[in-house]
Every structure is written in C-alpha cells, then in structure tokens.
Design a protein around this ligand. Structure first.
Ligand code: ADP
Ligand code: MG
Length: 645
C-alpha cells in the first residue's frame, strides 16, 4: 500500500478533551481491555449499515453482488491486529471530525461520570468514545480509509499521546482498515494475537452483528494422497477463512434459542446502556401485517433522558434485514419513547422515506400492536413483580403518564397501570387499590399536586382528610398538572383535587352548622376580604382544616398555585390568580379575631392579622409573602408586644 507520490504528512493535535478521555479510558478500563474489539467491530458494523443505507438511493456505491463484512487479520511476528471493513469509509472531514475530537455531546457527561467513579467499562460505548479504547491495547493505531464514492484514500496514525498525523495514500479500497500495534501482554492479560482469544471475544460480544466477522485460521488436517485419500498418520496445515459470529439477527431467532445473556448483550449494543434490560419483549405478529419485534424496557433512566431535547424514539426499523431508520419516531408514541429495540417487517417497501412512514397505515398498525404488547407486559409486571414495577415506574412513569393526555383511547387502560405516591399500604398505589380501600362515605379519589412529596405532605389541605382518615394521592411530577385536566374519573369515581374550592366534603348537618357560623361572622369575613381584595375573591369558613387557621384554595375554574409556579418556571408570564381564603372557625386565632371584631370593628389589627394569615397560608404551600418587608415588620411588632405582655 505504498505511496506513489511523496505526500504531505499533516500533524494535528488531539482536542484537549480527547486527551482526557484517552487517559481515563486507558486507566479506568484496564480490567476490561477485551471490549476494545467489540467497539471496533461495532464501528465497522455501523459503517456497513451506513453504506447499505446510502446505497438505497445511490446504488453505484455498492456494486451488485459485493458482500459486506468485517475481517480480522493477525500478524504474530509484528504483533499487529487489523480490523477491516468495506463500509462507508471516512474522508478528511470525517477523520478530523471524528477521530481526534470528541464528536459526541455526551462526552462531557462521560468524563463527569467516570470521575464520579461510576462503573467504567460500559460507559464507553454509551458516550461514543469507543474508538479510543483501541489505545488500551495498542501503542500505535493506524487507520487507513477511503470513503464510498470518493477517490482519495487517507492514513491516520497516532500513538495516543496527544497528536495524530494524516496523509494521503493511494490504492486503498473502499472502507476502513484499522491496524493496532499491540503491546506485549502482561502476566494474566489476554493476548490478542491468539485465535482463540479473538474467537472468544467475538462470540461473547459480537455474535449477533449482522455482517460476517471473518478470520483466516490455520488447521492441521489429515494429509491426502493423490487420489484424495487420507494418508495414515500424516497431517498438514491448511488455512481457511472462518466466520466467527453466527450473524443471525437476534430477533430473527426463535425465542427459545436465545439466552438471557444474548438478549442483554444485544440490548447493550443497541442502546449503549450498561445494565441488562428490565424486560425483554420478543414476538412475531401475524395477520394483516407481519412483523417481528424485539423490544426492551430499560432498567435505568438513560443519563441524558429528558434533557429537554426533542423526545426521540429508540426503536430501529428494518425492512427485510436492511436498516431503514435508526430512530424511527413513527413506531411508538412519544409516551413510550424510553422503549428500546428493533422492529423488522417485510410488509414495507425498502425505500420508505421519513415522510411516507408518517402517514403509512401499516406503520400505524405496527404501532398499535407494539403499544398493546408493551402495555400488556407492564400489566403483567405490575401483577407479578410489584417491586420491579415500582422501580420501573419511578424511572419512566412520568413519561408514560403523558399518554393519559395524548392518547384518550388508551386512557382507561393506562390509568390502571399508573402508580401514585401516598395512601394505601404500598409505597405506591394504583387507582384501583386506592378505590378498594376508600372509607365509607368517601365518594371521590382525592389528589394533591405539588413540587415534591415533602411540600405536599406538609400541606394544610391534608388536615381535614387526616381527621377523616381518608387517603390522598400525592402527584409530584410536572406532567401531573396536565394529566389531571384529562383524567377526571377512574372507574366511575371522580378524581378531585384537594386544592380546588369545590370539594363538598361535609354531611348536610355539618354544612348547615358551618353555614350558621359563617353567617354569624359575616361582617368579619367581609372586612377581611376587602382588605385582601387584590389577592382573594372570597373569604369563607371551611371544614377542611384541623390544626391550621387558614388555607388558600383555588376558585373552581382557575389554575392551581403549583401550575402557576410551573408555567412561570417555564418562562411564561402568568398573572397571579385570585384565590379563596378559607378559615378554620374552630381555631383560637379565628375566634379571637371574631371577638375583636365584635368589640372594635375598625381595629387596624384586623387588617394586619388577616394579611399575616394570608402570607402564612402562602408560605405553607411553598410560596412567598406578598410584601416580605411588611410581613417581617408585623411579625417583629407582634413578637415585641408578646414579650412585653
Ligand atoms: P460512536 O461509534 O459511538 O460514534 P466511536 O468513538 O466508536 O463513537 O467512533 C467515532 C466515529 O468515528 C464514528 O461515529 C464514525 O463516524 C467514525 N468511525 C469509527 N470507526 C469507523 C469505521 N470503521 N468506518 C467508518 N467510520 C468510523
Ligand atoms: Mg462506536
């Protein structure tokens, strides 16, 4: 592969981060050096995918009859291992953009995660720093590559110590050839020039790669005579190309032939996750549309999941063995965007484009089938393994709940799969369990939203409920506010927000009693309302409190305080909605005010105290006083007065 002309050799410095990644990869992953081969084979397989995909629209890139694959080549004397693929290859921009830089945005996180001491080995593939793992085993790496459809071949070379060189090379065939100059293995380390070592690594990590991973192997075979008969006792060395992986796409095999470990390895390959999947769903659908699906529910939340980036599907679509779309958004609804895997069908044309997929009826049918299957699996998990389901729900429940909003036709079935905090004997409760445990006389499912469990549990709204011994579900995911707009009942039982003004909790007798008290205090309530008229529409007595003197509730058709805070957090300009101030007629403070009002209806204390009552109620729900300066002055005055007294 000599150069004919004298070519310029360019030197480049690694991006500073690469240096850091390299040293971390080399030092933190030394125990798992074997995975370098998995990474390089996986890159080769990606490159072959890319070529196959490009060739769909530019058939000249892949001459008919040419087979795609990966080859390993060992030279024991020079101690080199070469990984060759005839995939897409790289041009100058690809090389400088990908090798020598940290192209992936996840890399910062990779660095942080490694520094935090998270499990090293499996972070690698996840953050797209796989190539650099070559430097764990090699002191010199040479990449020779020519991009499909381009003329110029290039050689990239580095010892991983801060610099790399690039030069033009003639006579390269399409694809990429990576030559590792292997370090001498230390005591106890694998020797990657050994056939069985490579064989073992390939079958462990890369068996399901769809392209053949081949290697020339030497075997001693019985020597044959001129007539082709074996000669007794004589052997000769014969070399032949052998395929080291079974290549069968995992999803194409029958379920009983696949081990759990194989599923897990495939999942890790596919998802760049490091853990095993929580659930594996593997099935073939027959009927109007035929397809095979291999889906995984992850056991942990991917690191940058929910980063605000557009929700992306994690399921790849294959048509007759060809990958047509890696993250196919039309296969699953957004609220299942955490599901990983592969769907293959023969019932779509190979050249389906993104646009045609979107409106394709068959894709819709596949989606329907997948959603049903995933929901069935969740239902089973909920029934059979509560602990597992709770863990799953904590990771992805907030995503699934979006379905209650977006998929009205699934609402009923989805509501059965939801878990909520609070109430019941379990750590988390289903609506059905809540309903089954409802007390006599309780006619609704009561919920309270808030930013976190502690705030919600401290809410004055719970006092009345506690007094009655009724459970309340705590809804602390941001999505819950929207969910509650749609999910207004479960199985015929209304779902009511405790912070709304229209609870209707009391018996007729209690109501009458309350009304009487309210009438008697009518003037006081009116005067408090006038004092707070900027903030409250109404001041009234309530039976929902036990220990606290006051609480703020929403007028039935206005936004909840939590919702307002969330919208402001999202940068929206929301005016403070006016609230209803409810007072506890049994509280000594309220009774004291009544007395004072009876003696001196114009006492300035009444306005001061009702301001404090309002501020206190605000703070109780995580808000701040309207006028903090005034609040503190009043409080100070009161404390001084009480010390004097
Ligand atoms: P990742 O595979 O996660 O993107 P890697 O560090 O493994 O990260 O590889 C970096 C990039 O280098 C790849 O995304 C690809 O663009 C390029 N690359 C690596 N190996 C090859 C190859 N054999 N053929 C073509 N491109 C490759
Ligand atoms: Mg890679």
């Amino acid at each position: 592969m000599g150069t004919i002309m004298t070519q310029k050799v360019e030197s480049h410095a690694f991006q500073a981060e690469v240096q850091e990644v390299l040293s971390l990869v080399i030092h933190s992953l030394y125990k798992d050096r074997d995975i370098f081969l998995r990474e390089l084979i996986s890159n080769a397989s990606d490159a072959l995918d890319k070529l196959r995909f490009e060739a769909l629209t530019r058939p000249e890139l892949l001459p008919e009859g040419e087979s795609l694959g990966v080859a390993l080549d060992v030279n024991s004397e020079d101690r080199t291992l070469t990984i060759v693929d005839n995939g897409i290859g790289m041009n100058y921009e690809d090389l400088t953009g990908n090798l020598g830089k940290v192209a992936s945005s996840g890399t910062r996180k990779f660095l942080e995660a490694l520094k935090e001491g998270s499990e090293g080995p499996d972070l690698i593939g996840r953050f797209g720093v796989g190539f650099y793992s070559a430097f764990m085993v090699a002191d010199q790496v040479t990449v020779e590559t020519r991009k499909a459809g381009e003329e110029t071949g290039l050689r990239w070379q580095s010892d991983g110590k801060g610099e790399y060189t690039i030069e033009e090379v003639d006579g390269l065939s399409r694809g990429t050839m990576i030559t590792l100059h292997l370090e001498e293995p230390e005591e106890g380390q694998s020797d990657y020039t050994q056939e069985w070592t490579l064989r073992d690594i390939v079958s462990r990590y890369s068996d399901f790669v769809e392209y053949p991973v081949q290697m020339e192997v030497e075997r001693s075979e019985p020597k044959l005579d001129e007539e082709g008969k074996e000669i007794e006792g004589e052997t000769e060395m014969v070399t032949s190309m052998e395929t080291l992986n079974s290549m069968k796409p995992l999803w194409g095999r029958s379920k009983s032939d696949v081990t759990e470990e194989e599923y897990a390895e495939f999942y890790r390959h596919q998802s760049h996750d490091w853990a095993s999947p929580l659930e594996t769903i593997h099935y073939s659908a027959e009927g109007t549309i035929e397809f095979t699906a291999l889906l995984f529910l992850p056991s942990q939340k991917p690191m940058n999941f929910g980063d605000g980036a557009a929700p992306k599907s994690k399921v790849s679509l294959y048509v007759r063995r060809v990958l047509v779309q890696k993250e196919c958004e039309d296969l699953l609804p957004v609220w299942l965007r955490f599901v990983q895997g592969v769907v293959e069908t023969a019932d779509l044309p190979l050249n389906v484009s993104r646009e045609t997929l979107q409106s394709n009826r068959r894709v819709e049918q596949i989606q329907k089938g997948l959603v049903r299957k995933i929901m069935d699996t969740m239902g089973k998990m909920l029934k059979d393994d509560r602990e597992k389901y709770v863990a799953f729900w904590k990771n992805f429940g907030w995503v699934i709940k979006e379905g209650l909003y977006y998929a009205p036709d699934k609402q009923k079935a989805l509501a059965e799969l939801c878990l909520f905090e609070g109430g019941g004997d379990y750590e988390m409760t289903t609506l059905a369990e809540y309903k089954a445990a409802m007390a006599e006389g309780q006619e609704a499912i009561y919920v309270l939203t808030g930013q976190d469990r502690a705030t919600v549990e401290a809410s004055a709204h719970l006092e009345g409920m506690r007094a009655k011994g009724w459970d309340v579900l705590f809804l602390t995911d941001p999505v819950d506010e929207w969910v509650l707009e749609r999910l207004t009942e479960f199985d015929g039982t209304p779902i009511k927000r405790l912070d709304k003004g229209d609870l209707d909790l009391d018996s007729d007798e209690d109501k009458k009693d309350l009304e009487e008290k309210q009438e008697a205090a009518g003037d006081l309530l009116k005067s408090i309302q006038e004092g707070l008229s900027e903030s409250v529409t109404e001041v009234r007595f309530s039976s929902r409190l036990a220990e606290s003197p006051a609480v703020l509730v929403e007028a039935p058709d206005s936004m909840s305080a939590h919702q307002v805070r969330m919208m402001r957090h999202a940068g929206q300009d929301v005016p403070e909605p006016k609230r209803i101030l409810e007072l506890n007629p049994e509280h000594p403070l309220v009774q004291g005010l009544q007395k004072l009002h009876g003696v001196d209806a114009n006492s300035p204390r009444i306005a001061d105290f009702s301001g404090l009552l309002f501020d206190g109620a605000m703070m109780r729900e995580g808000g701040v006083p309207k006028d903090p300066v005034k609040f503190q002055q009043l409080l100070t005055e009161l404390m001084v007065a009480s010390l004097k007294g």
